[in-house]
Design a protein around this ligand. Structure first.
Ligand code: MTE
Ligand code: MO
Length: 338
C-alpha cells in the first residue's frame, strides 16, 4: 500500500486497474473526510486526524447571468430554484454546498496536475455541455435524439433532499433538482420486452484529462438499472443541485440519482439511454466484477471484499453513523428485491 501511496497517478497509469483502484479507493475515504490534505502525498504522516476546511470559493461569473462551472441553457437558469417536494425530507442536516461540490468522484476528470483526484472542480473548464443531446435507442416507441432543454421543459423540475452513500463509506445529504426517471421513461414509451435501462456518460479525450490518460479503463462510463428499479419513485434525474443548475463536477448537465444504491450507480453527464432485454455491462463491474455487482444496493450486512459496510462517515467531518439497509429507503424499495 505504501508503494502505491508514494506513486503519482501518471507513474502507475500502466498498471492493472485493481491495484490502482485500491490506491484510489483507500484514499477516497481519507480525502473525502479531509483526513489527508492535498499536498501530503507520500508523506509518512498521512493520518493527521485533523479536518482541513478549505476556503470557500465563490463562483465568479464572466458574463452576467452565466453561472461559472454550472450548466446553463439560455433561460434555463430561470427554472431554479424549483419547489421542494417535502415527501423526501431527511432526518439529518444537509451537507454544506462547498463540500458537496468540491470533493467529487468523476474519473473522467482525474488530472495529472493534482494528486487529489477529488479536486474535480479544478479540471472541468474544458467540459462543453451546452446544447446537450441525449440519444435514446432500443426497445421503445419514442426513440431518437432529444435536446435536454426540451426534455426539461416537458418534465418540469422539483427539488428533493436525498441521502447519498459512496461504496467507500463516505456519505452526504443534498438537495437535487430534477424530475423522476419514471416520468422520462414513460415519455420514451418502452416496449413490454424492455427489462433494463442502460445509460452512458459523455466521454471526450479532448475535454477530459482522465479519459485521455486512463486508457486502460472501459470508457465511456456506463451503468444500468432494471426497469422496475428505474421506474421506482425514488429514481431521479438531476439537472440541479442546491437550487441551481448542477455544477459540471457533479455531473452536468444531467445525472442519475438512485439513493438506495452505492454512489457509482449514479452515472453522470448522460448522453445515451437504451432500453434492452439484456443486463447491460457497467463500467466498474468490468473493472472489478467481484467488487461491483450490477445491483449494488446499500447493505450493512454485505461487506465490500476489502472493507466493512457496517457504518458510513458523513462529509466533511467524518461523523460515523450505522449504515442503513437500502440507505434508509427500505420502505420504498425493499419490495423490488423479494
Ligand atoms: N461518469 C461518471 N459517473 C460517476 C462517476 C464517474 O467517475 N464517472 N463516479 C461515481 C461515484 S463512484 C460516485 S460516489 C458519484 C459521486 O458523485 P458526486 O461527485 O456528485 O458526489 O458519482 C458516480 N458517477
Ligand atoms: Mo463512489
Amino acid at each position: 500500500m505504501a508503494y502505491y501511496i508514494k506513486k503519482k497517478l501518471w507513474q502507475i497509469d500502466g498498471l492493472r486497474p485493481t491495484p490502482e483502484k485500491i490506491y484510489y479507493r483507500r484514499r477516497t475515504v481519507l480525502k473525502k473526510l479531509g483526513i489527508i490534505s492535498g499536498g501530503l502525498l507520500g508523506g509518512s504522516t498521512l493520518l493527521s486526524g485533523c479536518t482541513q476546511k478549505p476556503n470557500r470559493e465563490k463562483s465568479n461569473p464572466e458574463q452576467p447571468g452565466v453561472i461559472s462551472n454550472h450548466f446553463n441553457f439560455d433561460g434555463m437558469a430561470d427554472l431554479y430554484p424549483a419547489r421542494r417536494n417535502e415527501k423526501y425530507a431527511l432526518d439529518r442536516p444537509l451537507t454544506d454546498e462547498y463540500h458537496a461540490t468540491h470533493k467529487n468522484n468523476f474519473y473522467e476528470f482525474i488530472s495529472r496536475q493534482d494528486p487529489d483526484i477529488y479536486n474535480v472542480y479544478k479540471f472541468v473548464s474544458d467540459f462543453e455541455n451546452r446544447d446537450w443531446k441525449i440519444e435514446v435507442s432500443g426497445l421503445a416507441d419514442n426513440t431518437g435524439t432529444f435536446y435536454l432543454e426540451d426534455l426539461i421543459k416537458k418534465m418540469g423540475l422539483e427539488e428533493r433532499t436525498y441521502r447519498f452513500r459512496c461504496v467507500e463509506r463516505w456519505s452526504m445529504a443534498v438537495p437535487w433538482t430534477g424530475f423522476p426517471l419514471a416520468k422520462l421513461i414513460k415519455y420514451f414509451a418502452p416496449k413490454n420486452e424492455a427489462r433494463f435501462v442502460a445509460m452512458v456518460s459523455y466521454s471526450n479525450a479532448e475535454q477530459m484529462e482522465g479519459v485521455r490518460n486512463l486508457t486502460h479503463y472501459p470508457w465511456p462510463y456506463s451503468e444500468g438499472l432494471t426497469m422496475e428499479e428505474a421506474t421506482n419513485e425514488l429514481a431521479f434525474m438531476a439537472t440541479g443541485l442546491y437550487g441551481k443548475p448542477i455544477p459540471k463536477q457533479n455531473g452536468a448537465p444531467i445525472r442519475l440519482v438512485v439513493p438506495w444504491k452505492y454512489g457509482y450507480k449514479n452515472i453522470k453527464s448522460i448522453v445515451k439511454i437504451t432500453f434492452t432485454d439484456q443486463q447491460p455491462k457497467t463500467f466498474w463491474n468490468q473493472v472489478a466484477p467481484t467488487e461491483y455487482p450490477f445491483t449494488s444496493n446499500v447493505d450493512p450486512s454485505v461487506p465490500h471484499p476489502r472493507w466493512s459496510q457496517a457504518f458510513e462517515q458523513m462529509i466533511p467531518d467524518g461523523e460515523k453513523r450505522p449504515t442503513l439497509k437500502y440507505n434508509g429507503y427500505e420502505k420504498l424499495v425493499a419490495h423490488l428485491y423479494t
